[in-house]
Write a protein that binds this ligand. Structure first.
Ligand code: KG4
Ligand code: ZN
Length: 353
């Protein structure tokens, strides 16, 4: 229809792809009117990881209260919404379906358009919302519990995948190492906290894929190396808090180093001078400090959203959805959830994955 690119005014975002149920209202794709995140740490902590069935049940319990709170905090009624944006994948299907079904019902009642958002496109949108200086083309590093990937982000085209993990995601490695070191759940922040009092050079863990060219990642070998180190020290029971901190710090240093090396490589090979780091692991202090220092030295700009926009939230979904709606895109109420979806694909619209 030749509609000029614009941004939808008031959008409610709903995110439920994993263990966070979140809702937020964003104005003009940039101004955050409200953001509510209900996390399930207490539900999953006894199991040391997310239990999908428990996640979706808890989402169903809180979804309506979370959405109501987001609307109330924003002072926005259903009738003044210009659209509802919801994560349709990738993620845990049961969890996604709760947010999706609720969003459909709400869009029907509000009589406003509904638009499906790709979870990783949402994470990237958080970077642009948080840093108005960030302008495409730039490098996007997505580091979360389910993903470790580098993208070239373009202004008009879909992000192009440059490299990704061949096995575990980096956040998953943090979570597994936390379990090995008895540090609890969620693992990333726990490992990071313990690492602060440890010596990052105490154990010379292998730098994942150090000798491999290209932009792919691998974290399962590093996780195994941590397990072997714990065994070498006679098991967790024989390790002091200081020992655990040393192993945590050495693991964190190796994990961050592999991200840093690939970011530099990708910036060089793509001829880019700015990188945005998004996803839960972008909240990691060491990653933030090391990449910022490398950027200062090598002359590239590093953009990190504030920690609350790094981990799963609905602000990023509303912001990404506002753009889609502004371009005149929307999805019908037949929308489905998908567990695996490459960035740039929209299987919820009927195309093949
Ligand atoms: O983006 P996110 O909230 O959910 C997914 O889409 O996966 O990312 C969650 C992941 C978890 O693996 C968590 O342990 C990790 O991010 N994480 C961290 C930190 N905060 C969260 N990893 C390292 N350091 C942190 N400070
Ligand atoms: Zn995420």
């Amino acid at each position: 229809m030749g509609r000029a690119a614009s941004i939808a005014e008031q959008v409610l975002g709903i995110e439920s792809s994993c263990d966070e149920m979140a809702a937020a209202v964003v104005r003009s794709g940039r101004q955050v009117l409200s953001s509510v995140v209900s996390s399930q740490n207490d539900v999953h902590a006894p199991y040391g990881g997310v239990v999908p069935e428990l996640a979706s049940r808890d989402h169903a319990r809180v979804v309506s209260a979370v959405a109501e709170a987001a609307l109330a905090d924003a002072g926005v009624g259903l009738e003044s919404l210009d659209g509802i944006a919801v994560t349709a994948g990738p993620g845990l299907v049961g969890s996604l379906l709760v947010g999706l079904s609720f969003a459909k019902a709400l869009a029907y009642r509000a009589g406003c358009p509904l638009v499906a958002v790709h979870h990783l496109a949402g994470h990237l949108a958080a970077a642009e919302l948080a840093d108005p200086g960030l302008a495409a083309p730039y490098l996007g590093l997505v580091v979360s519990g389910g993903h470790t990937a580098l993208y070239r982000v373009e202004a008009e085209a879909e992000p192009r995948l440059l490299g990704q993990t061949l096995d575990d995601a980096v956040g998953e490695a943090f979570d597994k190492v936390a379990k090995l070191l008895g540090l609890g759940f969620p693992g990333g922040p726990a490992v990071s906290r313990s690492a602060q009092s440890g010596d990052p050079q105490a154990v010379n863990f292998p730098r994942p894929m150090a000798k491999k060219r290209g932009l792919d990642f691998s974290y399962s070998g590093l996780k195994t190396a941590v397990a072997l180190e714990v065994g070498r020290r006679g098991g967790l029971a024989k390790m002091s808090t200081a020992d655990v901190a040393d192993v945590a710090a050495s693991f964190e240093a190796a994990a961050v180093e592999s991200l840093r090396v690939r970011v530099r490589r990708a910036l060089r090979s793509e001829g880019l001078d700015q990188v945005a780091v998004v996803g839960g692991v972008a909240a990691n202090r060491r990653l933030r400090a090391d990449l910022a220092a490398t950027g200062d030295r090598d002359g590239f700009a590093v953009s990190f959203p504030p920690p609350e926009l790094c981990t799963d939230n609905a602000v990023m979904i509303a912001a990404a959805g506002a753009r889609l709606l502004g371009r005149g895109e929307s999805d019908g109420l037949g929308l489905s959830a998908f567990s695996r979806v490459p960035v740039g694909q929209t299987p919820w619209r009927g195309e093949s994955v």
